[in-house]
Design a protein around this ligand. Sequence first.
Ligand code: ZN
Length: 296
Amino acid sequence: MYIDIHVHTRLRPGPPRRGRDESYASPEQLIEMYDEVGIEKAVILPGCNPECSHHVQGVAEVFEIVERYPGRFIPFCNIDPRQVSNSSDADLGYLMEYYKGQGCLGIGEVCANLYFDDPMVENLFRHAEKAGMIITFHVATQVGGTYGLVDDLNMPRFEKMLQKFPDLKFLCHSQAWWAEISGDVTEESRGGYPKGPVVEGGRVVELMRRYPNLYGDLSAGSGHNAVSRDPDFGYAFLTEFQDRLCFGTDVCAPSNRNDVLIYLKNFLEKSLADGKISQAVFDKVARENAITLLNL
Ligand SMILES: [Zn+2]
């Protein structure tokens, strides 16, 4: 059985998503997909940042879903760094304590399109560290025209945050993060799904070795690409960081049953069957790390 560290769902799906002909998956559709592939439960990441969500979601909706389907979903809250007063001294702590009291186990997916070292983002990190809440975020390559916390090539701003907040657990996700797994990533390739052999010197590996508070969210095409583009590298990476990598899907819509729902699962199961990763590595990535990380 798997635990999905990263999913999105809406009780009332709303209009079709950006440039597609479908909206979000409902919890019922998600549970049907999960039962088919053996996913026991999932972390719901509310879509509250206007840059990302065409149909902005409140945390209250997530609580309703969690209550309606006992045992299947884990709530995260999502706190925008600009919330409360659009300033770097906003008291985001009281929000975090409130949501923690309601059962939220983390914050995210942070998609605000601000620099990692923007004072308001630092303020979010500072309060999250104090509240003992893990943060899931999306990384963007630019300001404007996209969503996610922004960094430059090789993630220098994020590294400053890792140093500044050693007790905050960062759960890293998205194309701009996972493309950094290879040392030959460029300004052109870092926003996508670069293929081919992983070259030594990638920042993902370097930062994961250096900072024990850094975790990898393997959801979506980007997480799957990072471990499968160069399978021998992928097996070694999964094995080296077996205690800090989590299975995830990032399913948003019903059609994701044909791609992100099964991509990583199939890769992990084949790696195990072929003897390329151990049963222990498989179990940790599939579910045990999520249990430890979230104290389930
Ligand atoms: Zn997501």
